[in-house]
Design a protein around this ligand. Structure first.
Ligand SMILES: Cc1cc2nc3c(=O)[nH]c(=O)nc-3n(C[C@H](O)[C@H](O)[C@H](O)COP(=O)(O)O)c2cc1C
Length: 287
């Protein structure tokens, strides 16, 4: 059954969005720009402040080298600080940080110290005066390189310098398990929890054995568990896909070779022969 659509006009429209903390630092507003960063600030230097702001207008814009974007209104303190000092951190938000995340998006660092008000712990690395959120599961050190004022917002391109992950997200082999980090997303004015893994990159081509082995890894880290609805649908000679709309997959040829081909060179969808291709990295996750 096809749906009906109604125009909502021109608006960003995209959802879900990552919602994160952006921390910045610089001279306190109204004080001379000569105010010097003192790193960990012991004792605190009132002329040099740390700010933390909630940002949802942002995303990944390049893989190699890694770049992120954030879009800020010029009236934000974060905008002013980032213009003066490009050294910043993006700290991911998990469920435990939800209230702080909202607070940092409705109060300005011009009026209060949001780190102190929320009881957020600051983390520092050498040679960077801006703190990250030590309470966050994963933090990204970045430097603003370019910006473009588009209208209401100015978009900053942030070059990623380093990523620090809480060790609880790493397995014995050092592989990152983001599903352990109860992350949040922003969907048109609401915060939603991302607590259920429904598939993994390339799962639509995976054999039943691979699908089951991979999905089993996520049990216990993803709310109620995978496939507890019991509605996995049989497909393609024994493979299963989760409940919902399954893709009309046509195997190019039979046997293990075709599976390898599919994994490394892209995938085919539909009976009409439409073809999309994308290179995968070693773990099959890059796009
Ligand atoms: C969920 C959420 C997402 C937000 N995303 C952005 C954003 O992407 N860009 C922006 O300029 N402001 C955004 N805001 C608003 C700022 O976080 C807010 O104005 C904040 O008080 C600015 O603080 P500051 O003056 O200390 O920088 C968002 C607020 C919320 C609650």
């Amino acid at each position: 059954m096809s749906q009906q659509f109604k125009s909502l006009g021109a608006m960003p429209g995209l959802a879900p969005l990552p919602v994160v903390f952006l921390s910045t630092s610089g001279p306190a507003p109204g004080l001379p720009e000569s105010a010097k960063a003192t790193g960990e600030q012991d004792p605190p230097n009132p002329a040099y402040i740390h700010d933390v702001t909630t940002v949802a207008w942002g995303g990944v814009v390049n893989s190699k080298p890694p770049y992120l974007s954030v879009a800020l209104k010029p009236e934000r303190l974060a905008w002013q600080l980032l213009k003066q000092n490009p050294q910043c951190w993006i700290s991911l938000a998990d469920r435990s940080l939800l209230q702080s995340l909202d607070y940092c998006g409705v109060r300005s660092g011009r009026d209060c110290d949001k780190f102190a008000d929320c009881g957020l712990n600051k983390g520092f690395v050498d040679d960077c005066p801006t703190p990250y959120l030590a309470d966050s599961p994963l933090v990204i050190r970045a430097e603003a390189e370019k910006s473009l004022l588009l209208g209401s917002h100015e978009v900053f391109l942030l070059r990623v310098v380093e990523v620090l992950a809480a060790t609880r997200l790493l397995d014995a082999k050092g592989a990152l398990h983001m599903e352990r980090a109860e992350l949040l997303a922003y969907v048109h004015g609401t915060y939603v929890g991302l607590d259920r893994v429904l598939g993994f990159f390339g799962f639509s081509l995976a054999s039943a054995a691979v699908y089951q082995r991979r999905m089993a890894q996520y049990r216990g880290h993803s709310g109620e568990g995978i496939g507890e609805s019991g509605m996995a649908l049989p497909d393609r000679g024994g493979n299963t896909v989760p409940a919902g709309r399954s893709c009309r997959y046509t195997s190019p040829t039979k046997g293990p070779k075709s599976r390898r081909q599919g994994k490394n060179e892209g995938y085919q969808r539909g009976g009409a022969g439409s073809r999309q291709s994308g290179k995968l990295n070693k773990r099959g996750r890059d796009r």
